[in-house]
Design a protein around this ligand. Sequence first.
Ligand SMILES: [Zn+2]
Length: 116
Amino acid sequence: MKKALFGGQDEDYGPCACGKFRATVPIAIPESWDDASEEMQMLESNNFPFAMGYDYRRIFGPVSDGGGYLLNFSSCHDCCKRAVEMGLAEEVEDVGVSSNCLIESILNKVGEKLFG
Ligand SMILES: [Zn+2]
C-alpha cells in the first residue's frame, strides 16, 4: 500500500468529487495507483472518489522530489482527512512542487504533444 501525500499551497481547480467543497489541496498520487491497484479498489468499494474532482484528469506533472508520484489538485481538505482515516493518504508540509515547476511541466507536456 503506497499512500498519497498531500499538503502545501492551496489552488482552486474546481469542485471536489464530494460536491461539498472546492478542491484545493495539492496531492501527490502514487503512479502505482492504477485501476487494478489495491488502493483504487479500496476507494471503489467504499464508493469514495478521492482525488477525482473536477480537474482530476489533468495531471500537473511529476512531483519534484521523491519520484513515483503525480501531482493532482482535485480533492478538498475533508476528503483528504477521510483518506488519512482509511490509511490511504498522509499529510506532509508540502508535496514539494513549486509553481514554476508546475508551469514548466505543463509546458513540457504541451510541447510533447505538439512536437512529439
Ligand atoms: Zn471532498
